[in-house]
Design a protein around this ligand. Structure first.
Ligand SMILES: C[S@@+](CC[C@H](N)C(=O)[O-])C[C@H]1O[C@@H](n2cnc3c(N)ncnc32)[C@H](O)[C@@H]1O
Length: 285
């Protein structure tokens, strides 16, 4: 565990929570970042108007409550074309390398409600890789996966999606004069009255979504990958778990396969010897 510091929930209570969950379920939060766990647990305690002692009792006795609590302590924030700079790295630095491949296998690990997956599918379509791509996506939280499978999102709440779309799909950051006119309706329908953005069926039908817990080093898709996208997930884990996952990704990438992390995530220590890094992009050595 990380060095002790002022935490929103005392370390003993966090440990009690971790041990309780480990004892009565398949989940293991031992290697999650204590700081982030403490913030999430504080919110859970406030929302449930309860104490840790009562929370763990309820977790032990009520499977549904356990699942709900697990959902509540994982952060599911995501967007369409989140961090356009990362998508520029994919568009100009990674996908062109697959030009001569017959198939391209892409895994979104920790995909949340799926906006990242639909962003990838749209980009693949624009770049003419859609037909040869196999897109896999996973998350520990089955509720977000159910939403991801539907591809229906709130419109007003996510209005900046269109701006991100324009930056990645219509504009070229390396050439301000370039502008590709791609109508939104090619990829999703916007219903302002009902406040909905709905991904087109040909996108919704493409990805394979599965539950997967990154704490467990198992490959639930039984294939290797040309690109693994794991953004804004490892930030919630401690250094040891991050490194085990980087090793696991390395084993499950094809030779010279790519790994893309979140804008504020990076590799440190001996594991870096297994990857080449260029800008935001990691490549298996
Ligand atoms: C902040 S979201 C990131 C979503 C998306 N990758 C993005 O960058 O927009 C983090 C996701 O990681 C998932 N997650 C947390 N712990 C996980 C684990 N052990 N295994 C797989 N997914 C996990 C959460 O359920 C959540 O949906």
């Amino acid at each position: 565990m990380e060095a002790e510091e002022t935490l929103a929930v005392p370390i003993e209570e966090i440990q009690l929570f971790i041990e309780t969950v480990k004892g009565c379920s398949e989940y293991n939060f031992s290697d999650y970042s204590v700081k982030s766990l403490s913030r999430r647990l504080e919110k859970v305690l406030i929302d449930n108007k309860t104490t840790m002692a009562n929370l763990v009792t309820k977790i032990r006795n009520n499977k549904d409550f356990l699942e709900k609590t697990v959902r509540d302590i994982t952060v599911n924030t995501t967007e369409l074309f989140r961090d356009p700079k990362a998508w520029h790295a994919i568009k100009y630095g990674i996908l062109p390398q697959f030009k001569d491949y017959n198939t391209v296998n892409i895994w979104h690990a920790g995909c949340s409600t799926g906006q990242e997956v639909y962003s990838m599918l749209i980009l693949l379509y624009e770049m003419d890789f859609f037909h040869k791509a196999n897109v896999f996506a996973s998350d520990i939280n089955i509720q977000v996966l159910e939403e991801a499978k539907k591809g229906v999102y709130k419109y007003r709440f996510n209005i900046e999606y269109l701006d991100n779309f324009d930056k990645v799909i219509k504009e070229n950051p390396y050439n301000p004069d370039e502008h590709t006119d791609v109508p939104y309706s090619k990829y999703f329908d916007i219903n302002k009255v009902n406040d909905i953005i709905k991904m087109k069926q040909f996108l919704v039908a493409k990805p394979v979504f599965k539950k997967h817990d990154l704490v467990k080093p198992e490959n639930v898709f039984y294939t290797k990958f040309d690109l693994i996208v794991c953004r804004n997930v490892l930030i919630y884990f401690n250094f040891d778990l991050q490194n085990r996952i980087f090793d696991f990704f390395h084993d499950n990438l094809f030779d010279s396969g790519f790994l893309l992390l979140g804008m504020h995530e990076s590799m440190l220590g001996p594991i870096t010897a297994k990857y080449d890094k260029r800008g935001l992009i990691y490549r298996k050595k």
